[in-house]
Write a protein that binds this ligand. Structure first.
Ligand SMILES: Cc1cc2nc3c(=O)[nH]c(=O)nc-3n(C[C@H](O)[C@H](O)[C@H](O)COP(=O)(O)O)c2cc1C
Length: 396
């Protein structure tokens, strides 16, 4: 049952919940566009929305290995995938091999095609428990952990790192080698340090150097918001694959744009229909009753923090600027004079507007009904203070 790597293909067998051998589709780590692991954002309905818009590799929200060992229901739920997710990677945070393996096995039982070890989470509570980005400071321990996971899991193991703990402790080369030698099937690199969080542009030159140094596929990650930035960074860095995080939260249709190398610039009405689809998928997942609504409302308004940042960014106008500085890290003045009511509403950054939009989407049986109610809301809402000001698109 121990995995073997052949080229960039991972091994294929898993065990289902009844202990029967389950075949996993061969996992190809090259030439793919991954949806990044996103705590809260990467909930199952949102992942299905991304699939509907051309995404073919999804990843789950980070699950704590030690909580899976305790059979925590909420943690086990993070390892669950939808049958539509044919290439699903579960992400695990752990410091001890036993926890990582237990969580990885639980994920494989639930059909995960691969298991990813989180080595990038910057949060204090996580690193103080010896998980996440702190593993970057301990490459030898990390190597042993990954080797144990590779030995103990029936699916390929990947590792997601940042460039190091801080600018003074950059060690992505050493970490990458340790992970490769330990038998990881691929390495994902978010091109910033733990200390940087999101404060700077991702360093795609560093990602490129790592891709050149390693033989396992490197998946480059950081600041991809448009199809042209994605192809530019992908080509220039020589990475095997790319991963999209906030870009997908802002526009879940980015996957099709990347595949087709052209933008889809939906108007407000078309975007509302996409968001309505997410609400419907939440009804299916959480159930269409009062309890389901309550659970969905922990997520749906939150998504508007990202949806409201959508701006059409045509290649003609923005490609040159995007080579200098990523558009995801750029502030755009909201100075267009002729924005319609619905467009203004969807760009509104206020949490109370997000709550009300989410409620409308939940109640409306179809997009047209949602639009009529959203227009009423737009007419009733006083304009945002400093409406013509700047809107930040960077997160965290
Ligand atoms: C809301 C949010 C939640 C995230 N949760 C996780 C997570 O659970 N595991 C992880 O490895 N990275 C997580 N990240 C980091 C992303 O996976 C990704 O590495 C980072 O956002 C950079 O990619 P981007 O510039 O495309 O967003 C999260 C990022 C965001 C914005």
């Amino acid at each position: 049952m121990v995995g073997r790597r052949e080229g960039s293909f991972g091994n294929m067998a898993g065990v289902d919940s009844r202990g029967a051998l389950q075949q996993h589709a061969p996992m190809e780590f090259r030439g793919r566009v991954f949806l990044a692991p996103l705590t809260k954002g990467g909930n199952l309905p949102f992942r299905r929305l991304c699939l509907a818009h051309g995404c073919d590799v999804t990843m789950g929200e980070m699950a704590y290995g030690y909580q899976v060992v305790k059979r925590s229901k909420s943690e086990l739920a993070l390892l669950r995938k939808h049958p539509e997710e044919t290439c699903f990677g579960a992400q695990v945070a752990a410091s001890r091999p036993a926890d990582a393996i237990a969580a990885g096995l639980a994920a494989a039982e639930r059909g995960a095609s691969f298991v990813d070890l989180n080595c990038g989470c910057p949060i204090h509570d996580v690193v103080k428990r010896g998980m996440g980005a702190v593993l970057l400071q301990r490459p030898a321990q990390l190597g042993k952990l990954v080797a144990e996971m590779v030995k103990g899991l029936p699916v390929p193991v990947t590792v997601k790192i940042r460039l190091g703990w801080s600018a003074d402790e950059r060690n992505e080369g050493e970490v990458g080698k340790a992970v490769e030698q330990a038998g990881a099937a691929a390495l994902c690199v978010h091109g910033r340090t733990r200390e940087q969080r999101y404060s700077r542009a991702a360093d795609w030159d560093a990602i490129a150097r790592l891709a050149a140094e390693l033989t396992i596929p490197v998946i480059g990650n950081g600041d991809l918001l448009t199809w042209y930035e994605t192809h530019d960074r992908w080509q220039r860095s020589g990475v095997a694959s790319v991963m999209v995080g906030r870009g997908a939260l802002v526009k879940p249709w980015i996957f099709r744009e990347i595949a087709e190398k052209q933008a889809w610039e939906p108007d407000a009405s078309e975007r509302l229909a996409v968001y309505h689809d997410l609400a419907q998928k939440m009804k299916v997942h959480f159930r269409d009753d009062a309890k389901g609504r309550e659970r969905a409302m922990r997520f749906l308004p939150w998504h508007f923090e990202f949806f409201c940042r959508y701006r059409p960014l045509s290649a003609e106008r923005w490609v040159a600027a995007s080579r200098e500085h990523p558009l995801l890290q750029t502030r755009f003045p909201d100075d267009e004079p002729d924005l319609g009511l619905l467009e203004r509403l969807l760009r509104d950054p206020r949490p109370e507007v997000h709550e009300r939009l989410a409620a409308i989407l939940w109640e409306a049986p179809e997009p047209a009904a949602a639009e009529a109610q959203a227009l009423e809301l737009a007419a009733a809402m006083p304009p945002v203070a400093g409406d013509a000001g700047e809107t930040a698109t960077a997160h965290g």
